[in-house]
Design a protein around this ligand. Structure first.
Ligand code: ADP
Length: 481
């Protein structure tokens, strides 16, 4: 079984969020099941820098945005196909946003080129390799499904995975010509979305199967509060929509071998987690002797993530003797508010604004609990890393957060299954209650250590979910792995 995976980011080559973790880890898990995955991604400078010598290329004379070539090569251990177009991808900084803080004005060409190249490779192959199935990730890959379905040649089936429906790739109708899209697709039952061309909409309409990254989010997406205008399209395809939980890379995120943390530990020998706690306190200038738990946050700072609620209840968290270490970047007002909070509460609130992957590992290892108060969360990965590192998640009950954390309510405590703390609805008071419950549990040392060891033993890898994807590929293509 051969699968072409199409994505705009992939760990460890290019990352702005969880999409990259998934695209980086899933191919390895699928390989165990006999599925051969090649990842088609843009040739950003960091990607091209890692390409192996031994490459084979294919030329495209007329992609959106001009001439380009695809290089089939090993990149950071992955079988990659890299779309090489310096004009489109050789840019510094953020993948999607220019130095002025605005989306690059030619994002439709950049990801249109990726999708057109994907469709060509899907139909004609590259170096004799032709996929049985094409797996598209998020809006940046969505248009591929339209090229495949509206094209003249027989094409392999496609699956679209929605990682976050908030990002839809909407552009004015004038992009249709440079994107080589046929007029007949510009209608409500095609890629048109309220007068615009929608990349994600194209994927939702033309892909043969749709998945999203948790069962709860799959249900939520059919409701207007979560569907962001696409709920009708998704509801109309309900029979072909499936929620499959993300896993995590158990090698990259392993407290027994993680080179980014101060001391290695495991569920069987958890004591040295305390060494990481001290290192974390030092990094964030926090008082390691404060009596309450050390909470952490590793997150984009946007409204989705609900961290304004955490700001609101900070006085309560501090009154409980707890500390907070936050690593994140995003909206300027949230960045400033957290900087101010750190200045107002020295020793109790520590904030690093920026992107720092090694530090994110130390935080997972050193903190007692991780707070994820998202307003919506398709799956969420940081709570999964938290479980793996014995850092108990405090999460809102939405999307994948609700699907992956077992709330420490009375029944779960009695049954011996609790792994964290959930709250609902997503507002300040319920969050404060959950923080209170976490502080109470932390004060009960036996309970806390039982819960942390249990959390560390949760099956958060890819095994079950990779099987679910492999099943979909087989059903669509008729090919078994
Ligand atoms: P989303 O994709 O919505 O941002 P996820 O929880 O699915 O949220 O994935 C976020 C990923 O990005 C995680 O791997 C997390 O550790 C990482 N991350 C978020 N912010 C930072 C940061 N400031 N520095 C390093 N890693 C970060």
């Amino acid at each position: 079984m051969k699968v072409l995976c199409v994505a705009s980011e992939c760990v460890p080559l290019a990352k702005t969020g969880g999409l990259a973790d998934v695209v980086g880890a899933l191919p390895g898990a699928l390989a165990q099941l006999g599925v051969e995955v090649r990842v088609l991604m843009p040739g950003y400078p960091a990607v091209k820098a890692t390409l192996s010598e031994d490459t084979e290329a294919c030329e495209f004379a007329r992609l959106p945005g001009g001439r380009a070539r695809a290089i089939s090569a090993q990149a950071a251990g992955l079988d990659a196909i890299v779309l090489d177009s310096p004009r489109l991808f050789d840019r510094p900084g953020n993948l999607y946003v220019g130095p002025d803080g605005q989306d690059w004005p030619d994002n439709h060409l950049r990801y249109g080129a990726l999708c057109r190249a994907a469709a060509t490779i899907a139909v004609s192959g590259i170096g004799g390799w032709r996929p049985d199935v094409v797996h598209l990730h998020d809006w940046q890959a969505g248009l591929t499904a339209a090229y495949l379905k509206l094209g003249r040649h027989p094409a392999p089936p496609s699956v679209l995975t929605i990682h976050n429906i908030a990002f839809q790739g909407l552009f004015p109708p004038k992009v249709m010509r440079p994107l080589q899209l046929p007029e007949r697709g510009f209608r409500a039952s095609g890629f048109e979305f309220f007068g615009q061309v929608g990349f994600l909409k194209a994927g939702l309409v033309y892909a043969d199967r749709i998945t999203t990254v948790s069962p709860a989010y799959a249900r939520e997406l059919t409701r207007p509060e979560f569907g962001m205008g696409l709920e009708g399209v998704i509801a109309s395809r309900r029979a072909e929509v499936q929620g499959i939980l993300n896993g995590i890379d158990l090698d990259l995120w392993n407290p027994e071998s993680d080179a980014n943390i101060a001391a290695r530990y495991s569920a069987e020998a958890p004591a040295r987690k305390a060494v990481n706690r001290l290192a974390l306190a030092r990094s964030f200038n926090l008082d390691a002797d404060a009596p309450g738990p050390m909470f952490c946050v590793v997150s984009r700072l946007t409204r989705q993530k609900g961290l304004d609620l955490l700001l609101e209840i900070l006085p309560r968290l501090i009154a409980r003797g707890a500390c907070l270490a936050l690593l994140g970047s995003g909206d300027a007002d949230l960045e400033n508010a957290f900087r101010t909070a750190a200045a107002d509460h020295p020793g109790r609130v520590g904030v690093v604004i920026g992107w720092d992957e090694p530090l994110s590992h130390l935080m997972q290892a050193g903190a007692d609990a991780i707070v994820v108060p998202s307003r919506f969360e398709p799956c969420g990965l940081t709570q999964l890393y938290g479980l793996r590192y014995g850092t108990l998640p405090v999460v809102s009950r939405t999307g994948g957060l609700g699907d992956t954390v077992i709330d420490a309510n009375e029944a779960a405590l009695r049954a011996g299954v609790a792994t964290g703390f959930q709250f609902s609805p997503v507002s300040a008071l319920p969050l404060a209650d959950a923080i209170d419950r976490a502080c109470d549990a932390f004060a009960d040392k036996r309970l806390w250590s039982t819960m942390t060891c249990r959390a560390m033993r949760q099956p958060v890898g890819w095994a079950a979910s990779a099987e679910a994807y492999a099943r979909i590929y087989s059903e669509l293509s008729g090919v078994t792995a």
